[in-house]
Write a protein that binds this ligand. Structure first.
Ligand code: SF4
Length: 479
C-alpha cells in the first residue's frame, strides 16, 4: 500500500489526495511503475507479484467492507480504481533459464522410468512422463482431473489443466499422440481401480493412500523422484575444465542435484526455443502472460546455438571431401551474420552460389547435384542427411532398373549416376574418418553440438520450406 501511495504521489498532480478523481489509469500507472522497479533491480520479480496481488486484495476488501459508501472513510472512491486478476504478473519461474537438462541426461532418465515405477508406484512414473512431455509445473500435473484429455475443434489433442500458480484455469495444451496414449492408459487403470466414482470426480493420478474413492491427488513427487535419480548410475558428460592453466575436456558425472521435477519445464521451454518456435507461440505453450518471461529462453538459445555452429563448422568439407579449415576459436559476430545471409541450405549441406542464395535456394542451375558443384559445403552435422541421400540414390537406381514404366529418356535422366553415388560415398567416408580421429570427449561434444544445430535447421532442397511442427521432447521414444 505504501508503493501505491508513492505511485499516486509521484504520478498525479494532486498526489492522490482527491479520491473521487482516481481511476483505472492510476492503477495502470501503478502497475507500470512496479514493473519498472522490478526490471531495474530495486526489488525482485517475486516481490513485484506480491505487491500487485496484495494491493488488489486490499482494494477489494475495502469495497467488501463498505468503506467507499456514504459517510465512510473512502466515500466516493470510483469503482474502476481497481486491479483485475489479469494485472497480476506471471510468477517468475522457479529457476532461471539455462537450467534445462542435456539430451543425454533426458534420454537416460526416460530409459529408466521402469525403475521409478518399481521403486515408487505407477502414478509417479506417469506424473514424470507427463512432466517431461508437457513441461507443466509439478502441481499442475499432480492435480490433473481424470478427464484432462480433449480435442480442439481442428482435431488437435490437448491436455486440459489448471495453471493455479497464475489463477488461470482450464488451460489447453496441444500434446503429441504418444502423450495422449500415456494419459489414456492411465485413465483406464484409474477407472478399473475406482469403478463406482463418477469420472468427473476422479483424479488422473490418485493418491495411493487414504483415498478410497480416487478423488484425492498424489502429493508432491519430489521425494520419490529424488530417490529414483539418486539410485541411477552416474551419467557421464563432457565438461571443459582448467588443468594446469589449460582448458581440457573431461568426462565427468552429471550433477544429479540439477535433476528435479521443475527442470523438465526448463528442458521443454529450451527445446522449443532451440527449435525456433516463434516467441509468442512459446509464450502460449508456457502459459506465460508476459513475453519477457519467455524471452529469457531465447537469449540462452542463441548463445548455445552460436557455440554449436562454431563447433560443427570447424569440421567443414568441400564437395571433394577436403577439410575447409576455420579458425578454432569461434567465428566473429560479423561472420555469423554473413553466414546467415550468404548461404542457403541444401538437402545435405549448404550452397554458397550467390544467385541460388538470393533466390532462397530455388534457383540451382544444375538441379541440386551438389556433390559436383564448387559452391557446395557440408559439415559433420549433415552426416545423417548424406547417408539418407545415398540410400535414396541407391533405392531409386534399383527401382529404375526394375520394371518401372517410363520413357527411356525420362528413365535415363532420372537414373542416379555411378559418379554421384561414388562421390557421396567418398564424402561420407571422409566425414566419418575425421570423426574417428577425435578423442572420445571431443566426439561427445561434437554430438551434442550436432543435436542442437540439427534441431533448428530448416529442411530445404529447392522446395518450399515445410511447416514447422512442434518438436518432440522425447524424439528417441519408441512409438
Ligand atoms: S548444386 Fe547445390 S551447391 Fe551448387 S548451386 Fe546448386 S544448390 Fe548450390
Amino acid at each position: 500500500m505504501e508503493q501505491l501511495s508513492d505511485s499516486l504521489r509521484l504520478q498525479r498532480e494532486d498526489e492522490g489526495q482527491r479520491l473521487r478523481l482516481l481511476s483505472r489509469t492510476d492503477m495502470v500507472s501503478f502497475c507500470n511503475r512496479i514493473a519498472f522497479l522490478a526490471e531495474t533491480g530495486v526489488f525482485g520479480a517475486h516481490h513485484r507479484v506480491n505487491v500487485i496481488r496484495y494491493v488488489r486484495k486490499i482494494v477489494n476488501r475495502i469495497r467488501v467492507m463498505g468503506l467507499t459508501g456514504p459517510g465512510e472513510v473512502l466515500e466516493g472512491l470510483p469503482a474502476d480504481f481497481a486491479l483485475s486478476v489479469e494485472d497480476i504478473p506471471d510468477e517468475p519461474e522457479d529457476t532461471e533459464a539455462g537450467r534445462d537438462l542435456p539430451d543425454e541426461v533426458m534420454r537416460e532418465l526416460c530409459d529408466n522410468l521402469d525403475l521409478l515405477e518399481k521403486n515408487s508406484n505407477r502414478e509417479f512414473r506417469v506424473a514424470t512422463e507427463l512432466l517431461i512431455d508437457t513441461g507443466r509445473r509439478p502441481d499442475e500435473i499432480s492435480t490433473l482431473p481424470w478427464d484432462c484429455l480433449a480435442k480442439d475443434p481442428d482435431g488437435t489433442l490437448v491436455m486440459v489443466y489448471d495453471n493455479s500458480k497464475n489463477y488461470r484455469l482450464g488451460r489447453r495444451l496441444p500434446i503429441a499422440q504418444a502423450t495422449a496414449a500415456v494419459i489414456t492408459a492411465q485413465q483406464e487403470r484409474v477407472r478399473e481401480r475406482f469403478p463406482d466414482t463418477p469420472t468427473s470426480k476422479l483424479k488422473l493420478l490418485p493418491s495411493p493412500v487414504a483415498n478410497p474413492a480416487g478423488t484425492k491427488p498424489i502429493g508432491s513427487i519430489g521425494e520419490a523422484h529424488r530417490a529414483w535419480v539418486d539410485d541411477l548410475p552416474d551419467i557421464m558428460m563432457p565438461v571443459v575444465v582448467l588443468v594446469d592453466g589449460q582448458l581440457v575436456t573431461k568426462m565427468l558425472p552429471f550433477d544429479k542435484s540439477r535433476i528435479f521435477p521443475y527442470a523438465y519445464r526448463h528442458s521443454f521451454a529450451q527445446r522449443h526455443a532451440d527449435s525456433d518456435i516463434a516467441p509468442d507461440v512459446l509464450m502460449d505453450l508456457m502459459d506465460h502472460r508476459e513475453l519477457s518471461t519467455t524471452q529469457a529462453y531465447y537469449r540462452v538459445s542463441q548463445e548455445r546455438r552460436r557455440e554449436a555452429v562454431d563447433r560443427v563448422t570447424a569440421l567443414q568439407f568441400d564437395r571433394r571431401g577436403n577439410r575447409v579449415w576455420r579458425k578454432a576459436q569461434g567465428m566473429l559476430d560479423s561472420e555469423h551474420v554473413r553466414r546467415a545471409i550468404g548461404e542457403v541450405a541444401t538437402a545435405y549441406g549448404i550452397c554458397l552460389e550467390p544467385h541460388n542464395v538470393a533466390a532462397g535456394g530455388q534457383s540451382c542451375p544444375i538441379r541440386f547435384r551438389c556433390v559436383g558443384c564448387d559452391h557446395f559445403r557440408t559439415d559433420v552435422s549433415y552426416l545423417p542427411d548424406l547417408e539418407r541421400y545415398l540410400s535414396d540414390l541407391l533405392r531409386s537406381r534399383e527401382r529404375l532398373m526394375s520394371a518401372f514404366e517410363a520413357d527411356d529418356w525420362a528413365r535415363s535422366e532420372a537414373m542416379p549416376s555411378e559418379e554421384e553415388i561414388r562421390r557421396v560415398r567418398r564424402l561420407i567416408n571422409r566425414v566419418k574418418a575425421d570423426l574417428d580421429d577425435l578423442s572420445e570427449e571431443e566426439r561427445a561434444q561434437i554430438e551434442e553440438a550436432v543435436a542442437l544445430v540439427r534441431r533448428s535447421r530448416p529442411v530445404m532442397l529447392g522446395m518450399p520450406r515445410v511447416g514447422q511442427p512442434l518438436p518432440d521432447v522425447r524424439p528417441w521414444r519408441l512409438p
